[in-house]
Design a protein around this ligand. Structure first.
Ligand code: NAD
Length: 471
């Protein structure tokens, strides 16, 4: 037996740890744990210099308890079957916790995208898509990919174009992939969705008076001291939403270094400073840390690792002084770090659902594609007309005028982005409450991560059990 670290093995371990707190049949638990379908692909492409290269790629569908399956496609040199299987399994649990009615999936192509020209990347993406089509591993009703590490809107457009070209007349073809540009059927609010979901999830925990009392914190986000690691898509937006809600961003960390200021940093102007100078360091009015990792160990209320996996392990965990840790990145804490925090009573809000904003809004995008209409198009004007009328009546009856700012807010009919944000807010609040309730019902559960797994297992198992037969 090989003793090599297995990511899928680690996911299975967390699953087993949580399964002990459920009452499901062993065989049913085994069915949930395993990957239902693993597709391993090899195909050639001709590189710009005329040489031929064989590309290694995967698509794993972890669970068919709900279809379509859903999960991103990763382009990275480290891609391997074990990693794609683990990420697919995590997608099943993530989707079920936030009530997104999909099974989990994940795709991966073993290439470093920086070493390929755009033409080569387009060839690889289109050929990969054709291979998925060949085995029905893509389609609005079967399996719907999305962006992940190393891929974005551009790749999603290539996937869509390849799929539609090979499915002439398929009316719902745009729903074969999400994370598309708006012009190709994408949805407004997708870009900031993960960061906004992180904010909504942590805010909900901060609004729980009993939890805050245990942590010796006041309720609410306002005035909380926050540290964010990683100023990428997720970190930047998380930090910005916290700042907008009145929290103080006292430190920001990037790979080249980290800065702090007790007065609080302005996220946008730090972002601009980094863009201009090429580094986060030497930001006017802030101090530099000696090492970037030092930022994780500074005194604060909320720590948000939003960069990479395994940044807090058994070694530095004892030095972390935050009271609440929000896992915006995937896997920023090792199991050893989890144990340290569980013992100390520090709450870790787990990645598995906290960063589910992206997939939640992807679900909204898929719904938009199937309904062939922009959110808000039908009701915006109607709502505005109705609210204007109600306001007019209130003013007439009361003989007073409503203030301009309030007038604007009351009269506003929903745009697409308003509906997407509020749908995401509802989703993250419900998920947070459900996990916390499960934890409270069973005090032997060691941490919020395990509680999240318990919620996921119960939901998938219920879906299977209510099917009556296995698919
Ligand atoms: P990104 O590439 O936009 O941002 C990552 C940032 O982290 C970069 O600015 C990078 O310079 C910085 N960084 C790298 N190493 C660092 C270090 N050692 N210390 C400090 N900063 C460092 O990526 P992203 O999309 O923001 O994703 C970040 C994490 O969130 C990943 O774990 C990803 O899997 C996870 N995630 C992303 C999404 C999404 O919608 N983008 C959804 C769910 C989960």
């Amino acid at each position: 037996m090989s003793h090599k670290y297995s990511f899928f093995g680690a996911v299975e371990k967390s699953f087993d740890k949580a399964a002990k707190f459920t009452k499901w049949d062993k065989g049913l638990l085994e069915q949930i744990r395993q990957c239902n379908a693993v597709y391993q692909i090899r195909f050639p492409i001709k590189r710009d210099d005329g040489s031929i290269e064989v590309i290694e790629a995967y698509r794993v569908q972890h669970s068919h308890h709900k279809t379509p399956c859903k999960g991103g496609i990763r382009f990275a040199a480290e891609v391997n079957q074990d990693e794609v299987m683990a990420l697919a399994a995590l997608m099943t649990y993530k989707c079920t916790i936030v009530d997104v009615p999909f099974g989990g999936a994940k795709g991966g192509i073993k290439i470093d995208p920086k070493k390929y020209s755009p033409i080569e990347l387009e060839k690889i993406t289109r050929r990969y898509t054709s291979e998925l089509i060949r085995k029905k591993f893509i389609g609005p009703g079967t399996d719907v990919p999305a962006p992940d590490y190393g891929t974005g809107e551009r790749e999603m457009s290539w996937i869509l174009d390849t799929y539609t070209a090979m499915h002439p007349g398929e009316i719902d073809a745009a729903g074969c992939v999400t994370g598309k540009p708006i012009s190709q059927g994408g949805v407004r609010g997708r870009r900031e969705a993960t960061g906004l979901g992180v904010f909504f999830g942590i805010r909900e925990v901060c609004n729980m008076a009993d939890i805050m009392a245990k942590l010796n914190l006041t309720t609410g986000v306002e005035g909380k001291k926050v540290i964010v690691q990683g100023l990428g898509n997720v970190g930047y937006h998380s930090a910005k939403f916290f700042q907008d809600a009145g929290a103080k961003i006292i430190a920001l960390a990037e790979y080249e270094g980290a800065i702090w200021s007790n007065e609080g940093l302005d996220v946008d102007s730090v972002f601009q400073h980094r863009k201009k100078t090429g580094s986060i360091l030497n930001y006017p009015g802030a101090e530099n840390f000696a090492k970037s990792g030092d930022a994780l160990e500074m005194e604060c209320d909320i720590l948000i690792p939003a960069a990479l996996e395994n940044v807090i392990d058994g070694k530095n965990a004892p030095n972390v002084k935050a009271k609440l840790i929000g896992e915006a990145a995937n896997g920023p804490l090792t199991p050893e770090a989890d144990e340290v925090f569980a013992k100390k009573g520090i709450i870790v809000v787990p990645d598995m659902y906290l960063n589910a904003g992206g997939v939640t809004v992807s679900y909204f995008e898929w719904l938009k594609n199937l309904s062939h209409v922009r959110y808000g198009r039908l009701e915006k004007r109607f709502t505005e007309n109705m609210n204007t009328h109600i306001l007019g009546q209130i003013e007439e009856v009361s003989g007073k005028k409503v203030k301009p700012a309030a007038r604007e807010m009351i009269m506003h009919g929903p745009d697409e982005v308003d509906l997407v944000y509020s749908g995401l807010e509802e989703t993250m609040i419900n998920a947070t409450r459900e996990i916390m309730e499960t934890w409270k019902e069973n005090p032997d559960i060691p941490d919020m991560r395990t509680a999240a797994y318990v919620v996921a297992i119960n939901k998938v198992a219920t879906a299977y059990a209510e099917l009556g037969i296995f698919p």
